[in-house]
Design a protein around this ligand. Sequence first.
Ligand SMILES: Cc1cc2nc3c(=O)[nH]c(=O)nc-3n(C[C@H](O)[C@H](O)[C@H](O)COP(=O)(O)OP(=O)(O)OC[C@H]3O[C@@H](n4cnc5c(N)ncnc54)[C@H](O)[C@@H]3O)c2cc1C
Ligand SMILES: Cc1cc2nc3c(=O)[nH]c(=O)nc-3n(C[C@H](O)[C@H](O)[C@H](O)COP(=O)(O)O)c2cc1C
Length: 763
Amino acid sequence: MKIACLGGGPAGLYFAISMKLRDRAHDITVFERNRPDDTFGWGVVFSEETFDNITANDPPSAEKIRAHFAYWDDIAVYYRGQRVVSGGHGFSGIARKKLLMLLQHRARELGVNLVFQTEIASAAALAKDYDLVVAADGLNSRTRNEFAEYFKPAIDLRKNKFVWLGTQQKFNDAFTFIFEETEHGWIWAHAYQFDADTATFIVECAEPTWQKFGFGAMSQDGSCRTCERIFADYLDGHSLISNASHIRGSAWLNFPRVLCERWSHQNIVLMGDAAATAHFSIGSGTKLAMESAVSMADYLHSEPNMQAAFAKYEDARRTEVLRLQSAARNSMEWFEDVERYLHLDPVQFNYSLLTRSQRISHENLRMRDKNWLEGAEAWFQRLAGAEDNAVRRPMFAPFRLRDLHLKNRVVVSPMAQYKAVDGSPTDWHLVHYAERAKGGAGLVCIEMTCVSPEGRITPGCTGMYTPEHETAWKRIVDFVHAETDAKICCQLGHSGAKGSTQLGWEEMDAPLQSGNWPVISASATAWSERNQTARAMTRTDMDRVREQFVAAAKMAERAGFDMLEIHCAHGYLLSSFITPLTNQRTDEYGGSLENRMRYPLEIFRAVRAVWPVEKPISMRISANDWVGPDGIEPHDAVAIARLLREAGVDICDVSAGQTSIKAHPVYGRMFQTPFSDRIRNETGMATMAVGNIFEPDHVNSILMAGRADLVCLARPHLADPYWTLHAAAKLGDHGETWPKPYYAGRDQLYRLAGGGEQVTGRV
Ligand SMILES: Cc1cc2nc3c(=O)[nH]c(=O)nc-3n(C[C@H](O)[C@H](O)[C@H](O)COP(=O)(O)OP(=O)(O)OC[C@H]3O[C@@H](n4cnc5c(N)ncnc54)[C@H](O)[C@@H]3O)c2cc1C
Ligand SMILES: Cc1cc2nc3c(=O)[nH]c(=O)nc-3n(C[C@H](O)[C@H](O)[C@H](O)COP(=O)(O)O)c2cc1C
């Protein structure tokens, strides 16, 4: 095959090497516009996994690369006058220039033709003379633009500013992050040694800080001198150096996140940064470039023709690239939003930084550095007011809201059972809630319990509007209090336009087959074309419903509930006021967010006035309608939470969606937790996170990183009422309380889990 590689970076060179290794007969030319030893940038980072891959592909070049590696194990974070160090992270780095020289040497050795100082104006022209053109022309790929209509690139220019500098100051004991507060805002550095004398020193900040420093108008030299002053305490008199002389102007960049819809066109294929980029903060650009090169070379030798090889290459690499881009995006966004976390204690800030890409879990951090993690866990327990000094997972830390003391941070999320008879909970509910309270969760929240018969979602929903309901709930609450140390919360709600529908396991949200009752909502809207159109509430309706909430709260108090939650999420009545999708009112309850929040807050204030002062109230909201700017978006949820907090709501239960049939939720592990994180860290309000949280590891990392105060699990508690006790056994934690009659089962479980013969916990 006659092959042209457009670009002599890691992708172009390593592809040429990989092809020659598979068949020496290939005729390969690499065209590079720069000279052999010109290069932008400083050092690149490799993980062990990447290194194993390149070792398997070409042991001789891997060996040479390894010989020039700088290794480090620790990550050090300078923040608010403290240096926090954690270990076990295992990186290696090499100068980009050294890496390219080694790859050039290896390519020449294998017979690749290297042509330097040759700028290729058009890949189309090359494509006529070569069987295959590999466009490895980097971040600003000209080829990608030349064939934009085929490759369909999506380029997202990110908001932070960064500059890639170097220094001879030693950072050889740790990958170092330095956060500095200046008169113009926060600015930070990512620093790592990559050879005996030199370290990469990337400086990053938000655009307003960059503007205030005037970096845009500075020469590269001017930027270096200014950054030296900012980071003087860490540079020990060493200067900062730029080697981006090929870039005109200041050399500060905005990171472009690139992903192309297609990676090949006719006999041209994109590779490396030209096809897709991953943010520098997870150090994976060179990894992606080199691993893609190996993959393409493999498929060109295993597939019957070039087009089949391209298809396989795109298929295989796209999955890997998307996986890395997702981690890189999390990491990049963490740095973009870092000001949200700058109030955190150094311990928690460090944890948040280390887990920012969400690739490193709580237990994974323990494997990396047990001592550091245990120190962080002890800090968490101390802050939570734990009585003993035991090192325990964050999920087993106590929590206090007003006079409510929870033994741990796990919450059974409210879940409708659809088993009520005329609104009255039955033996089903007694057994169901009793089991969950025995199962170890600190707080059990009962299902949406409706304040009136017409406020029920389905005929099977529970209510709190007759003396019989109060008595039946009291029986359940009394059991929980008498037999367990869990607390129990009553969720009160009104179904609004989503009322008069079928049981959860029938056709959810669809109207009843018969016996429908009229429904009300903020405006005259219908949940779907099949549902009845609600009547827009009049002021008289609003007064009546408010009094129904007040009456229900009084009954909940008499029944003995420890906490109340007002349901303002998921498209039900109060949610229909909050979201503009269903609130089209023109009075003072519609329009601005303040107006749309007026009625839910009126309900809250009325309920708060009759609910005992020592008991907390939560409001559950949908923090994202998942319809884009027409509905509630996460930044609106922050504004909602501010209003809740000002009104005196104790905690915000941060759910999302179910407000419109047009929603396009983006599901994934812990997919709603970012909304809780944002609310908690931008408003200072306590939050509960919920949504596809199912592992103890998820719960611990959410809590330890300060992304929520409590964690709700719904479906996991349907499958396993004893989720918390089982998690404790699995983790070898002996501090949770088991029901006395179950001790023998507990002991066996701990023995089986390898937790030892003795159970010494509080009983
Ligand atoms: C601040 C920063 C820090 C980074 N840190 C790391 C890190 O720690 N670890 C890591 O793995 N990656 C890192 N990267 C990313 C890494 O540098 C790239 O992802 C990687 O180099 C991609 O390889 P490539 O071969 O696709 O592109 P490049 O390395 O950009 O190579 C493209 C080559 O093509 C040449 N070229 C372009 N157009 C033409 C043309 N028309 N004619 C001839 N030649 C042309 C260019 O001169 C260049 O040499 C970082 C990037 C930045 C910006
Ligand atoms: C069967 C079922 C019933 C639910 N009923 C309610 C409810 O009554 N009130 C409420 O706020 N959320 C309700 N939800 C939503 C859950 O509380 C939770 O927010 C959601 O299931 C996501 O959490 P998970 O991924 O842990 O299941 C219900 C969920 C399920 C699965």
